[in-house]
Design a protein around this ligand. Sequence first.
Ligand code: UTP
Length: 298
Amino acid sequence: MSVTNTNKVVRKAIFPVAGLGSRFLPATKASPKEMMPVVDKPLIQYAVEEAVAAGVTEMIFVTGRAKRAIADHFDKAYELEHQLEKSGKKELLKIAQSVVPKGVSCTYIRQTEALGLGHAVLTAAHLIGDEPFAVVLADDLIYGGDSALKQMVEQHSFYSSSVIAVQQVLGAAISAYGVISGNKQGERLYLLDGIVEKPKLEDAPSDMGVTGRYIFTPQIFDHLRALKPGAGGEYQLTDAIHALLLAEQVMAYEFKGTRYDCGSKMGLLRANIELALVHPEIGEDVRHYLKNDLNGLL
Ligand code: UTP
């Protein structure tokens, strides 16, 4: 029997991982882009760790083709663990065993066609029910300080409304984002009155772009069900958020932390370099390499 969530705490997170990842072909031909590593961990594991730190215990993956790699990653790896144990590699064994912390469950559901982010979220509606939930896009890696999702859960528990993550985006790059308009309520908080997907620079209502973290009230599903295909024939989450903010209060929150757009080659490379620099095992070597060895190649 499922437990009723009377406190309206955020226990569940949806991870849409069914996109085509075409910007990374051929790497993403047989494996989802969320399995690409930053130093030694796949993007999806950073995202799950961020959700765990925010108090989320039920991870729901909306998968597409090539779903096995993600399910295998979060599954128990008996043979690998046995080999590591036999050869006395205790530290590595600990790493392999701690991919999913105790008390955390993983569920996989298939989005049969990549019909857009809005469609991917709606695919998991029956697993959410009548409670608030998070949506985490693992290709936006947010690093540094408190879990970004935890910061948003704190805002949600105060306002009881949906909370969308935003960050300032300078210049023409804004045209690649969902862009909000709203009234500033505090240092990092906005009350939304509009949102548009990928506007031209001159039409952008602000310089605040939506990034891949959301807390939604379950009412978002009513608006997702009513969606008609938008830009590119896809069901756009942004359109459902627009309908939601006309019906109830929706906040935007400028999280603390550095965000890497790992859906782009440059973003993934930047994340790899910057996280390698602070990696306990290789950080010093990487610093030395960048400072001393790289010059000849530039
Ligand atoms: P993107 O817009 O980055 O698209 O999706 P994409 O297909 O993954 O990548 P490119 O543009 O072809 O390189 C944003 C997020 O939404 C998920 C993706 O997996 C990614 O996490 N998504 C997108 C789905 O789960 N289903 C969809 O139909 C579309």
